[in-house]
Design a protein around this ligand. Sequence first.
Ligand SMILES: Cc1ncc(COP(=O)(O)O)c(C=O)c1O
Length: 337
Amino acid sequence: MSNPSVEFPNRLRLCHSPTPLLRIPRLSDRLGVDLWIKRDDANAGVEAGNKIRKLEFLLADALHNKCDTLVTCGGEQSNHCRATVILGARLGLKSIVYLRTEGVTHRPMSRGNAFLMGMAGAEIRWISPEQYQERTAIMEECAKVLKDAHALPYVIPEGGSNGLGSLGYVDAMREIRRQLDLGLAGGTPFDYLVHACGSGGTAAGCIVGAGHYNVAKLVRSYAVCNDQAYFETVIQRLTNEIKSLVPDLKEAAAYEIDDTSKGPRYGESSAEQQMFLVDLARNYGLFLDPVYTGKAMFGLTKSIANHSEMLGKRVLFIHTGGLPGLLAQGELLSHVV
Ligand SMILES: Cc1ncc(COP(=O)(O)O)c(C=O)c1O
């Protein structure tokens, strides 16, 4: 057991934490591992998911700087943007979100995350995939225009993934360490911690936090976009940023990026992945989403099949949420249901 206490920057209390740490016995039997799930999909209401942990730190910083307008970006069904807009509305902050969309006519405002963002009063600005490449410059320009108009913008990068946001998952590891110390999940560190990786902040926070708090021996991040080399660079940058914010953090955990379960492309899943989602819902009452968590769990099953050394090991799956993204694809998935 190790639980060195370190000082974190200011944060808001937005999560419904500690989130449950549950064993999934029948799925454990099927996969041949001792499978536990950290239910971060249950860490709040409509704003739930992994982003809320990052936003506890980012929005504290926004309030500290007396900002009045949040500016952020993501895909057209961004869970991050949805959580930002809803929590912003709760705190009395306006939100401008840049959402990536394939075509001018394809603006599904009536579905999933986009619907919830609109309902919570976001100003949605649709941008093309090409413009999205320039998202940092676009958001900086937006902030400049807002400042010229005497507003006080706070720009949050894609996925809330900078060092400050990533601290949310360092803190999640502290929360799991406390649960282990209370005797949950047998009290000892997991062999593997696995999760879906999109913008890298959850991975960086888990890697640093799992090492510092002795929560897991290895973090395996299943990429849902980009590749292993890309995420190694991102994680290196983010772990450096985390350590400059909280210098007393001890050695990070070992990690691997698995980019073999991305499916056809970001946001789209293969027929096998779609059937897997339904299989989990039907046979275990476990709802995962087609963009993130479903691909990570699918990847985990492949890893276990390909690496016999994983058999019998203790595995912690972080359920990072994403239900609105599943609902947005209801029509598409109806043929497998
Ligand atoms: C449901 C869900 N899971 C996982 C992730 C990946 O987290 P990160 O962006 O920190 O890599 C996201 C990111 O958008 C998400 O919405």
